[in-house]
Design a protein around this ligand. Structure first.
Ligand code: UD1
Length: 423
């Protein structure tokens, strides 16, 4: 298995261009199944999760063709929903749960192994299933497999007990082909929810209110193929903003939507970082500059537009050397602190108490062999390694490959000393 060798202590400087959003790309690729025609999807991130999802669709009979410009053509017409999606296909891909809504909406039948993905908590699917049942599907679960079927889906009013990105999108997918109107209340408002709704609308669906907590979907009997470009990745952009700040750097993060990054910009500024938004005439960018020791800040992860749970781990790496005590409360996932022990190995001083981490800033982190436990923990460890004095080896980078495109190339172009070693 490959690992990264990072020699820390280099200030990041230059320009980095952000790719397409992982958490929009995965449901959008799956949503293309709902069309009776070929779709073209552009600005795809070059990450393993996209490749894995496309392999699953190909195994089910879809035709997938990647084009050199970073796009893909997907023709779902050959899909046979009775070719079940097995555990080995979905064990590493949480987002495979979107096949539930998409295949049910398109074919009225789906058989799916329960998805895997990052170990950051229990991650139940009760709200996804509640949504499918409310639309009239018969859903059964046995031996790690979910089977859902419906002669016809019928729109319904669905209240989500917890704000869930996955359940909101999954219900939108199925409801786009249901008869009549579906209203999702307490819906997630994340940028990728809006992006999926925009894609579905381009296919001929009628979805209003995405981006607010009430989404209204009027189902259509047929959806058509379309061409669509995915939004820039909010979390990749936030990760580079944090990496720039953590190394005392000066980096322009280009191809971003600054409003998606307000929570992270605000926290970085509170800790003493200069964050400036701009428009170069072609794209929006954010410039992040840090030249003094940063101050401790408190973080509470909250659904969008609050501070995203996916940046809690990278932000903690930055705060390990900030002056003072930072309180970090993880409200979304109960077990998203697996990176803490690794940061401590590098000299960080962190106390855990339930869902709260208290980070007492130290002067310096030191290089060490460290092990990623999940995707965003991996991003946090890369940032810590960039900050540290000396050499670190970052292991388990298969998690990082799932969600960050061309990481080594992008960081090296900013002046980082990072080398990928294929073991
Ligand atoms: C998605 C993202 C993930 C991000 C998370 C929160 C993808 C592929 N993954 O994950 O990167 O960290 O949103 O922004 O897009 N919950 C239930 N029942 C359910 C579903 C969720 O109780 O049926 C709970 C979860 O345990 C969690 C909370 O709801 O506490 C939010 O989870 P959710 O938004 O669904 O996260 P994911 O869709 O799994």
């Amino acid at each position: 298995m490959a690992h990264y060798v990072v020699n820390g202590g280099k200030r990041l400087e230059g320009v980095v261009t952000i790719g397409g959003a992982k958490n929009a790309a995965l449901p959008i690729i799956t949503a293309a199944v709902l069309a009776g025609e070929r779709c073209r999807i552009e600005n795809l991130p070059a990450i393993d999760d996209v490749k894995i999802l496309c392999k699953i669709l190909q195994k089910m009979g879809a035709s997938v063709e990647f084009t050199p410009d970073g796009g893909m053509n997907l023709d779902p017409r050959g899909i046979d929903p009775h070719r079940g999606v097995t555990f080995d296909m979905v064990s590493s891909l949480r987002a495979s749960y979107y096949l539930l809504g998409a295949l049910l909406g398109r074919y009225g039948y789906v058989e799916l192994a329960q998805p895997g993905g990052c170990s950051i908590g229990q991650r139940p699917m009760d709200l996804h299933i509640k949504g499918m049942r409310a639309l009239g599907a018969e859903v059964s679960m046995s031996r790690g497999k979910i089977t859902a079927k419906a002669d016809k889906l019928v729109g319904s009013d669905i209240y989500l007990d917890v704000v869930s990105v996955g359940a909101t999108i999954n219900i939108m997918l199925a409801a786009a082909r249901a008869e009549g109107q579906t209203i999702i209340s307490n819906a997630a408002k994340e940028p990728h929810v809006v992006d999926v709704a925009n894609f579905l609308n381009m296919m001929g669906a009628s979805i209003k209110g995405a981006g607010t907590d009430v989404i209204r979907i009027n189902g259509r009997q047929k959806l058509r193929g379309c061409t669509y470009a995915i939004i820039p990745d909010q979390i990749e952009a936030g990760t580079y903003m944090i990496a720039a700040a953590a190394t005392g750097g000066d980096v322009i993060i280009s191809n971003v939507i600054p409003t998606h990054l307000e929570a992270i910009s605000a926290k970085l500024m509170e800790s003493g970082v200069r964050v400036v938004e701009g428009d170069d005439g072609k794209e929006f960018f954010i410039r992040v500059t840090a030249d003094t020791r940063l101050r401790a800040v408190n973080i509470r992860t909250i659904p969008y537009p609050g501070f995203p749970t996916d940046l809690q781990q990278p932000m903690m790496a930055l705060l390990t050397t900030a002056k003072g005590n930072s309180f970090i409360v993880e409200n979304i996932f109960e077990d998203r602190f697996n990176h803490v022990a690794e940061l401590e190995r590098m000299g960080a001083n962190i106390k855990l108490n339930g869902r709260t981490a208290i980070v007492e800033g130290v002067e310096q982190l030191y290089g060490a062999p460290i092990y990623a436990s999940d995707l965003r923990a991996g991003a946090a460890l890369i940032i810590a390694a960039l900050m540290a004095d000396g050499e670190s080896e970052v292991h388990n980078i298969r998690y990082i490959d799932r969600g960050y495109e061309h990481l080594q190339e992008k960081l090296r172009a900013l002046g980082a000393d990072i080398v990928r070693v294929e073991d």
